[in-house]
Design a protein around this ligand. Structure first.
Ligand code: ADP
Length: 494
């Protein structure tokens, strides 16, 4: 039997194990959702045991379903929800507090306090490439150490381990033998210096985090250890955070190549090569991947609300039954409608970063219809993408095309609007499971199934290319100017 690769894709709402053949063709997957906990306003938690159980179960089920022997499997790759923070006891392996999820805002005040300290915000941006925000792991970890009885002392004694979800899974898979993470995940903690490639002593001192608690930071392709939980030894050969893994799955290996993922939210990541761009426009510099000690950097912007705006139209406004109905509905829109939706349900992300703004609708007329509002909501995601691309261009980036993936890009009208408003080609790949694919590529490299990253380029195939249509582009550019005013008017209202 030819060798297979398993990608473990540990996401925010579900865990998946995806089976690929030696040529990275997707063969099958298993998926399991787990519970979301909202114990307080703005708090979001996961139960690390439920995460672990879901990962173990889907992997075990997939292996059994295909009667795979350990010798049939070349390796395991892991991709994961980023920034989510777990602290566990090294002896028992049990978490001392639930996982604090990336969406959790409980450390807002701590971050406000940090911003007030002179020079710290600039220092954090310069060292880590990130902005001071509760989104990242550092203040979540500090919160656990401050709020769980005895945690700080135990951490100082070396009894506790911190990890993002990848580290926690590696610890569990290797039964406590390995405490490791990869550079992409480390770069989202707000503790990792992305120039010197070390945990930053100054930031650790500042947040009173003992270094002993942190994992070893490794390349994205690395021997992360073996797991013997599935009937024999399987190597964990690759790790990357979900957005970086999607960048790899989209084969954006050259500077200037970018991907945008449209799921619940939207994440645009641009490969900036061996040069780190320090954003002047409130975008994040991050590690795209690290191979053989060589770092490739990325510039990242995120939109908090993308597909979730379509869910809002479906579930709260009852406009349609399924997100897939939107294309047909839009065909009934009034093409002259100037209605604009700003879906700032949870504030605005990059490049606006206004956590307090809330959504608004402009330009309603007596004949505004469900079709007009649906079209305007989809357009708003395209306009936000233009905001991001504009910010990246102001930082010196140059776009010739954008590779897209995620649930929303199944919508042809939306993908076409993206091309029209951005005025570049929008490419939808044949394999849209790019996140898991990226992790499988990393594991394949470790297993020697492909010699290097360049050799993967030929595996990327476009399913459809959306080219900008001159007439539509002109109309949308005019509407975009109104969008910019609408965003300004939305900011600072609440
Ligand atoms: P996630 O990984 O964040 O759960 P997915 O990549 O599975 O998200 O995408 C699901 C999102 O895409 C949902 O929010 C849904 O509303 C949206 N979506 C799915 N199909 C369509 C469609 N045809 N048109 C517009 N939005 C869609």
């Amino acid at each position: 039997m030819l060798k297979k690769v398993i990608a473990i894709d540990q996401g925010t709402t579900s865990s998946r194990a995806v089976l690929f053949d030696e040529k990275s063709n997707l063969l099958d997957f298993e998926q399991k959702e787990f519970k979301q906990y909202f114990p307080n306003d703005g708090w979001v938690e996961h139960d690390p045991e439920e995460i672990w159980k879901s990962v173990f179960d889907v992997t075990d089920k997939l292996i059994k379903k295909h009667s795979l022997k350990p010798s049939d499997i070349a390796g395991i790759g892991i991709t994961n929800q980023r920034e989510t923070t777990v602290v566990w006891d090294k002896k028992s392996g049990k978490a001392i507090y639930p996982a604090i999820v990336w969406q959790d805002r409980r450390t807002s005040e701590l971050c406000d306090g940090l911003r007030k300290e002179t020079g710290i915000e600039q220092k954090i941006q310069q060292k880590t490439g990130l902005l001071v925000d509760p989104y990242f792991s550092a203040t979540k970890l500090a919160w656990i150490l401050d709020n769980v009885t005895g945690a700080r002392k135990k951490a100082e004694n070396g009894e506790l381990a911190f990890g993002t979800i990848d580290s926690f899974l590696v610890w569990r898979l290797t039964q406590g033998r390995q405490h490791k993470t990869d550079a992409t995940n480390a770069s989202r903690t707000m503790l990792f210096n992305i120039d010197s490639h070390c945990w930053d002593d100054e930031l650790l001192d500042f947040l009173k985090i003992p270094k002993k608690i942190l994992p070893e930071v490794c390349d994205s392709v690395h021997d992360f250890g073996d797991t013997s939980l599935f009937g024999g030894n399987l190597k964990i050969g690759g790790i990357a955070g979900d957005q970086q893994s999607a960048l790899i799955g989209q084969c954006c290996f050259n500077p200037g190549e970018a991907k945008s993922t449209y799921g619940t939210g939207c994440f645009l990541l641009l490969n900036t090569g061996d040069k780190r761009i320090s954003s002047e426009n409130r975008l994040l510099s991050t590690i795209a991947y690290r191979l053989d000690g060589k770092t490739t950097y990325g510039l990242e912007g995120s939109i908090f609300v993308a597909g979730s705006a379509i869910q809002w139209l479906r579930d709260e406004l009852n406009f349609f039954e399924s997100a897939g109905d939107t294309e047909e509905i839009i065909s009934h829109r009034n093409v002259k409608s100037k209605v604009l939706v700003v879906p700032a349900f949870t504030g605005l992300g990059a490049p606006h970063w206004d956590p307090d703004s809330r959504g608004s609708i402009f330009g309603l007329t007596r004949d505004t219809s469900i079709a007009d509002l649906t079209a305007a909501t989809l357009e708003s995601i395209a306009f936000q993408t233009k905001d991001l691309i504009g910010a990246m261009e102001n930082d010196g980036a140059n776009f010739s095309e954008l590779r897209v993936d995620g649930g929303m890009v199944a919508n042809n009208w939306f993908s076409q609007q993206l091309a029209n408003i951005l005025n570049i080609d929008v490419l939808r790949p044949k394999v849209i499971e790019t996140t898991a694919l990226g992790a499988s590529y990393l594991a394949s490299m470790k297993a020697g199934l492909c010699p290097n990253i360049e050799s993967l380029n030929s595996s990327w195939v476009s399913e459809k290319t959306f080219c900008s249509e001159a007439k539509e582009t002109k109309i949308l550019q005019e509407k975009y100017q109104i969008w910019l005013s609408a965003v300004e008017r939305t900011k600072g209202l609440y």
